[in-house]
Design a protein around this ligand. Structure first.
Ligand code: AMP
Ligand code: ZN
Ligand code: FE
Ligand code: FE
Length: 290
């Protein structure tokens, strides 16, 4: 059984519609796919009907932008009731931060000599519920400033580059609690990806586990083999679930093909059991796993 628990569609910053993503997952030989768009459940319904029609098992999820001890942490939330009002309100705050950042980025780019309009961004972002730097990157590609998303990030959009603007992120501890109350489970995404300081460290993970964190995404392209082994050991010590996933963004991110990392079936079962327990405790219904 092949299980990929972290993917993006055009409902955030992937380049495929939820339907196209599901079809690509089937073609890639996956049996279980989680759709985890940034900060939004917008793609769930379309993905669920496509998955239903093609016999793929869909896990409804999202990747929430949070902050912990001054650092950005992406939190994968699986099977929460996204309509739980406190969670929905927090997601709306994050989405508003994304929306209001776009004009800020355009102003910063303009000051650095790159002329882009909101229309340029809207043309490439389509109906994305969660606008982000990848959409600004795509607009820069469309007008010919850079060759691809990677170059846009490296030259313009990463922290410290001329077009970078910060945005609101949800407090991590509080978000773990909200996800549990919404009948879901949380997993820290690419915990040590793209960073060298290896935080959250073992001690921080112990605290988060005490707050209800269910797992750590260990197998991810942004982790070195040694980081994976140490994260796996931390997860084992704390009895946290270990996941592995592609973080696929369609054509938007190279070297993140569907199924390039996968999750063991028994780890998925543990996650689903924990979600069922959270749902039973809170009375919040877990959305169907088709
Ligand atoms: P944002 O959500 O606007 O802060 O943008 C973060 C998104 O940009 C994440 O989904 C990343 O996967 C993506 N991203 C970050 N760095 C790169 C890169 N070098 N090339 C393509 N996508 C990237
Ligand atoms: Zn993304
Ligand atoms: Fe992420
Ligand atoms: Fe992601």
């Amino acid at each position: 059984m092949r299980i990929d628990l972290h993917t993006h569609s055009r409902a955030s910053d992937g380049t495929q519609s939820p339907t196209e993503l599901v079809h690509a997952a089937v073609a890639a030989g996956l049996d279980v796919l989680a759709l985890t768009d940034h900060d939004s459940a917008e793609g769930w319904a379309e993905a669920a009907s496509a998955a239903d029609a093609s016999g793929l098992r869909l896990v409804r999820g999202m990747e929430i932008s949070t902050r912990h001890q001054g650092q950005g942490v992406h939190l994968l939330a699986y099977l929460p009731d996204a309509t739980y009002p406190p969670l929905a309100a927090e997601l709306e705050r994050v989405l508003e931060g994304r929306r209001s950042r776009v004009p800020g980025m355009l102003a910063a780019l303009r000051a650095a000599g790159v002329d882009l309009t909101e229309d340029d961004v809207d043309r490439v972002s389509g109906h994305s519920a969660a606008s982000g730097r990848p959409h600004v990157a795509d607009a820069m590609v469309a007008v010919g400033v850079v060759a691809d998303r990677t170059e846009a990030f490296e030259r313009w959009l990463s922290p410290g580059r001329p077009g970078y603007v910060d945005r609101y992120a949800a407090p991590l501890r509080e978000t773990i609690r909200l996800v549990t109350e919404a009948g879901g489970v949380s997993v820290v995404a690419h915990a040590w990806g793209r960073r060298s300081d290896e935080r959250p460290d073992a001690e921080a993970f112990a605290e988060l586990a005490g707050l209800g964190l269910a797992g750590i995404e260990v197998d991810h392209q942004d982790h070195t083999p040694s980081a994976r082994e140490r994260l796996r050991a931390i997860a084992r010590d704390l009895d946290l679930v270990v996941t592995g996933s592609s973080d696929h963004h369609g054509l938007g991110k190279v070297d993140h093909d569907l199924g390039c990392h996968t999750t063991a079936p028994e780890e998925l079962e543990r996650l689903l059991d924990l979600a069922a327990a959270a749902s039973a405790a809170s009375g919040r219904e877990t959305p169907d796993v088709v």
